[in-house]
Design a protein around this ligand. Structure first.
Ligand SMILES: Nc1ncnc2c1ncn2[C@@H]1O[C@H](COP(=O)(O)OP(=O)(O)OP(=O)(O)O)[C@@H](O)[C@H]1O
Length: 219
């Protein structure tokens, strides 16, 4: 049986003035998939995922999520279900706990400490690190905690825009293992942009974008 289609793009285009940035994008992403998006710099990858995340509006074509046009969703509710993380996430508050609690606070939900401890394990941190000061974390640890903050309340789709760029090999491996847990254990659909050759070689499904068009991996 075919899995549920989560995101469906039909003839999606994006143009600024007379300049086409994306053209004729046809792509279906099923529930539970892990899609790796790559291609030359300036090819339109960030623009495409920002459209999928409802941070930019397409200028042509159709985009649906779970069978319904994204125009029919409340944008805030949509962005909770389709979460977007980019390269340099920032931390705030004094401690790791402050950051992981934040998604619960804004939704007026009780903090799920058990979920936090499990998620911290994914990224090589422990329950004791909950009360660690943000200023005492390494750059790589900060990146991992910032990513965790985005998935504390499970999104259905996690869009990652070059989140491993600039990380050293150890931190890349932690972020990778975290993404694998989200995908395999939590069933979160992943769309990840990368230029990293090892990540491209290991891709489950590779989609390539060049000059604003899909040149490989589309369905
Ligand atoms: N608002 C805009 N106005 C003009 N040009 C734009 C705008 N947004 C994007 N572009 C152009 O569209 C092209 C695609 O940009 P985008 O950032 O999506 O590419 P990318 O594939 O993510 O690149 P990289 O791999 O370098 O991050 C680039 O040439 C960029 O300059």
């Amino acid at each position: 049986m075919r899995p549920v289609s989560l995101l469906e793009l039909r003839q999606v285009g994006y143009q600024v003035g007379d300049t086409p940035i994306l053209q004729d994008i046809n792509l279906t992403i099923d529930q539970g998939e892990w899609v790796t998006l790559t291609g030359p710099s300036g090819g339109g990858k960030s623009t495409l995922v920002r459209i999928m995340a409802s941070l930019l509006s397409r200028t042509s074509g159709e985009l649906s999520f779970v069978g319904k046009s994204i125009d029919d969703y409340d944008p805030i509710a949509y962005r909770r279900r389709v979460s977007y993380s980019f390269q340099q996430p920032t931390l705030f508050g004094a401690t790791v706990r402050d950051n992981l609690q934040f998604p619960y606070q804004i939704r007026q939900l009780p903090f799920d400490q058990q979920r936090a401890v499990t998620a911290l394990k994914y990224v090589g941190l422990t329950a004791a690190d909950l009360d660690k000061a943000v200023v005492d974390l390494s750059g790589g640890q900060r990146q991992r905690v910032a990513l965790l903050r985005n998935v504390m309340i499970y999104p259905e789709v996690l869009i990652l825009d070059e989140v491993t760029a600039g990380l050293d090999a150890d931190n890349k491996a932690f972020v990778w293992s975290m993404i694998r847990h989200f995908n395999v254990d939590d069933g979160i659909t992943i769309v990840a942009i990368t230029h990293d050759q090892a990540e491209i070689d290991a891709a489950k499904r590779l989609v390539t974008l060049a000059d604003g068009r899909l040149v490989g991996g589309a369905q």
